[in-house]
Design a protein around this ligand. Structure first.
Ligand code: ADP
Ligand code: MG
Length: 393
């Protein structure tokens, strides 16, 4: 079967509980789950103070835990099959196991806010594909932060929790991530998109409850090596563009200002700038299209976004372009209402808006044709907008 359903959250929780039992001979007292995400539109503009429109998906990092009476956290990840042991009796510092640094950062964030952390044993399972651009890292930090809220019997304001998670990733994993991932993970609500102004950090939840529509996520299963270097250079080019345009923020730049200064900006900064300005505008148009229930407009905005990322921002790749083209070939008659790459690019996933009753056929056809062209079996699953980080049971 080429089309995979999402594992039930309750099954993941049961798997984590069993893991805790097998690994630490402990019974789970607290379980937290935090979702991955896809971005519907507004790509590569979170770090430009732009507007983004992501949704949480029914793929989760789940962590369960119990107090162990010591001053150590012992945390095992079923994904990496490693246990990190972290001393909590003094301020937590960066350690040796790379993935555990995301956790160390969160623990330190709670300590910095004056919380004394009791020792605990924890077990982590995940249904978020790795390296697919679906934000497993923010799910990891948000899941632990939510678990700690349970262990400490406290609740952080959502914004503070998201910021704490972002800070953990910055300071402990050395990833200069934007606010989109932790904000989506913390603020998401079922049947809603999360509209984030990355300049003002305001958020708005946009209802997206049409039961006949769903999002198909197609992981190309490739990740090209240039991605880290290209991400850094796009960030630099964006900064340089804003400086040359003499503005303080991208939301104040108009399309005609970019066009008037085209030669002066020079290539590739002029094309980068045009993407940023148009993509910010497209996100506002997408929100009003959703409010008007104009799926046709949303569809053409998704196409335009993909082309811009491919031609102007140059962060797509042949596999992403192919996956989008295959979806577009199926078209509205076959239930495909829009498709584009999502996330950082150079591989990773596409997001396709689909009619739910045609989903099995769409997934089967995409899977078959992508495999025929590339020799690679893609990973496909569908999701409607999911709930954000939560304590379960
Ligand atoms: P993305 O967030 O798009 O999935 P990142 O590179 O930002 O990609 O984050 C992936 C990193 O997050 C992994 O390399 C690992 O360090 C950490 N991570 C995510 N999920 C888990 C998990 N279940 N167990 C351990 N580490 C994880
Ligand atoms: Mg990440």
């Amino acid at each position: 079967v080429p089309f995979h359903l999402n594992p039930d959250l309750s099954d993941l929780a049961a798997e984590a509980t069993r893991g805790l039992q097998d690994h630490f001979s402990a019974k789970s007292d607290f379980t937290a789950a935090a979702p991955g995400r896809v971005n519907l539109i507004g790509e590569h503009i979170d770090y430009c103070g732009g507007l983004v429109l992501p949704l949480a998906i029914h793929r989760y990092v789940v962590i369960c835990a119990t107090l162990n009476g010591s001053s150590q956290a012992r945390i095992h990840s079923a994904t990496t099959k490693e246990t990190a042991t972290i001393d909590l009796s003094s301020p937590v510092e960066v350690g040796e196991i790379p993935w555990a640094n995301y956790l160390r950062g969160v623990l330190r964030g709670f300590q910095n806010r004056g919380h004394h952390l009791p020792g605990f044993d924890a077990f982590i399972v995940s249904s978020i594909p790795h390296g697919a651009g679906l934000s497993s890292s923010a799910a990891l930090t948000c899941a632990l932060a939510t678990l700690l809220e349970g262990l400490l019997d406290t609740v952080l304001p959502t914004r503070e929790k998201a910021k704490l998670c972002q800070q953990a990733e910055h300071d402990f994993a050395q990833v200069p991530c934007g606010i989109m991932d932790p904000f989506t993970c913390a603020y998401a609500q079922a049947d809603h998109l999360i509209y984030i102004d990355c300049q003002t950090e305001e958020i708005e939840r946009i209802p997206f409850g049409d039961p006949e529509l769903t999002f198909l996520i197609a992981n190309t299963m490739v990740r090209h090596q240039l991605s880290d270097g290209a991400y850094a250079s796009r960030r630099r080019e964006a900064e340089e563009g804003l400086r040359l345009l003499g503005k303080n923020q991208w939301q104040d730049v108009t399309r005609s200002e970019v066009e008037e200064r085209w030669e002066e900006l020079g290539d590739p900064i002029n094309r980068r700038a045009l993407h940023i300005v148009n993509e910010i505008f497209r996100t506002t148009l997408a929100v009003s299209a959703i409010h008007r229930n104009s799926i046709e407009s949303l569809s053409s905005l998704m196409s335009a976004s993909h082309h811009s990322l491919s031609d102007l921002f140059e962060v797509s790749c042949s596999e992403l372009d192919l996956m989008v083209q295959l979806a577009r070939n199926i078209g509205p008659a076959g239930g495909v209402l829009g498709s584009r790459m999502t996330g950082g690019g150079f591989g990773g996933s596409t997001v396709t808006l689909c009619e739910i009753d045609k989903l099995p056929d769409i997934a089967a056809s995409l899977s078959r044709d992508y495999k025929k062209a590339t020799g690679i079996t893609p990973q496909l699953f569908a999701s409607r907008p999911a709930q954000g980080a939560q304590l379960i049971r």
